[in-house]
Design a protein around this ligand. Structure first.
Ligand SMILES: Nc1nc2c(ncn2[C@@H]2O[C@H](COP(=O)(O)OP(=O)(O)OP(=O)(O)O)[C@@H](O)[C@H]2O)c(=O)[nH]1
Ligand SMILES: [Zn+2]
Length: 343
């Protein structure tokens, strides 16, 4: 009990210190803004948020002679929190530092729980979630399904990507084909590539063209290798490093937007690579299994848990082979992983 009290007091103190720090930073920031806005600012134009560093963001000009150039910008007060991928209205400043005037509407949002468990957007306007898996480490259908649920929930198109196709052999081929067939029959786009040998990489590049993508998947499936091959000569950890040395109070790694030379954009950060493994509700999981969609609401009992209830539309579909057993197992497995209260 005493220990618990102490922890609460400690965390209250930490929170207070953080608040003081944030308000000092905000005061400094508004002073800097006053000075800037007093001076000459260029005309309003649209831009793309490339990265976010505490109270500043990096914005890429989208139009005019400066299109493609990146500028540090202050945020005008009362703006909602901006994230990488946001489109904004901004004005260039006279010393290379601009001001963000407004945020444009988002098409999509990737959200993750912050350390306090509150869902926070981490990237905006992503339109492709590339779910990477490989023959090794051995793929878990369950994990792939979790990413799919997250993609469906966010309303973002998933692209399944089997990397390390060069490691397919007589031993793993049957199991892999069975796995691939599950997703093919559901209609999910699927591609096999080898980041090492280059097979399929041109087709991957083609599918990324004109899109803003994130790569997600288990550690070791080759996300870094894929990204390095698509972005030759660019260290994708740069964003993380410059934030650490940026003397900011934020030490978390920021998401950063990169342009693929062949077209399309990547938003990447260690947090985003795990997108989809955070919290989801029971309803999100149900809605995330696309083959359940026409069946939901058709069970005899309104609160059916699709477990062994009579008149369950899902169990009936499972019996008739309209739901694949592996997907049903996966659905149950994901539900079991939810906190008790949601179940
Ligand atoms: N055989 C083969 N190995 C690959 C291929 N792509 C990546 N690898 C290897 O797989 C291992 C993991 O690759 P990474 O790119 O670090 O994987 P990652 O998904 O970024 O892993 P985390 O950084 O832990 O998330 C490395 O040893 C790579 O060399 C491939 O196409 N074929
Ligand atoms: Zn049911």
């Amino acid at each position: 009990m005493a220990k618990r009290q102490l922890n609460r007091r400690q965390s209250w103190r930490i929170e207070k210190i953080q608040q003081e720090r944030a308000s000092r930073a905000a005061r400094r920031e508004s002073k800097a803004l006053d000075e800037l806005e007093g001076g000459d600012l260029g005309p309003e134009q649209t831009g793309l948020v490339i990265a976010h560093f505490g109270v500043q963001v990096e914005v890429e000009a989208l139009i005019g002679e400066q299109a493609g150039q990146v500028f540090r910008c202050h945020l005008r007060a009362n703006l909602p929190p901006l994230v990488t991928g946001d489109q904004v209205v901004w004005r260039p400043g006279n010393q290379g530092i601009g001001v963000i005037v407004a945020q444009l509407p988002r098409h999509t949002e990737l959200c993750r729980p912050d350390p306090r468990g509150q869902l926070k957007p981490v990237a905006a306007n992503v339109d492709l979630i590339v779910i990477v898996f490989a023959p090794l480490p051995e793929p878990h259908a369950n994990l792939i399904d979790r990413y799919l649920v997250a993609a469906e929930h966010a309303g973002i198109q998933p692209q399944l990507l089997l990397n390390k196709a060069d490691l397919i052999d007589a031993q793993n081929e049957t199991a892999l084909n069975a796995l691939l067939e599950v997703y093919r029959s559901l209609g999910y786009p699927l591609l096999e590539v080898s980041a090492h040998q280059g097979d399929g990489m041109a087709e991957l590049q083609r599918r990324l063209d004109g899109k803003t993508a994130v790569f997600v998947g288990q550690s070791g499936v080759g996300k870094s290798s894929l990204v390095n091959s698509l972005l030759p000569g660019i260290d994708t950890r740069v964003g993380a490093l410059s934030e650490l040395t940026g003397k900011g109070t934020h030490t978390t790694t920021t998401a950063r937007l990169f342009h693929f030379p062949g077209g399309g954009q990547l938003i990447d950060s260690p947090g985003i690579r795990e997108f989809g493994l955070g919290h989801v509700s029971r309803d999100d999981v149900e809605a995330g299994f696309i083959e359940f969609r026409d069946l939901l609401g058709r069970c005899r009992f309104r609160d059916c848990k699709h477990d062994r209830e009579p008149g369950c539309a899902l169990l009936e579909a499972l019996d008739q082979g309209r739901i694949q057993p592996q997907r049903m197992d996966s659905y149950r497995h994901i539900l079991r992983s939810l906190p008790e209260t949601d179940y």
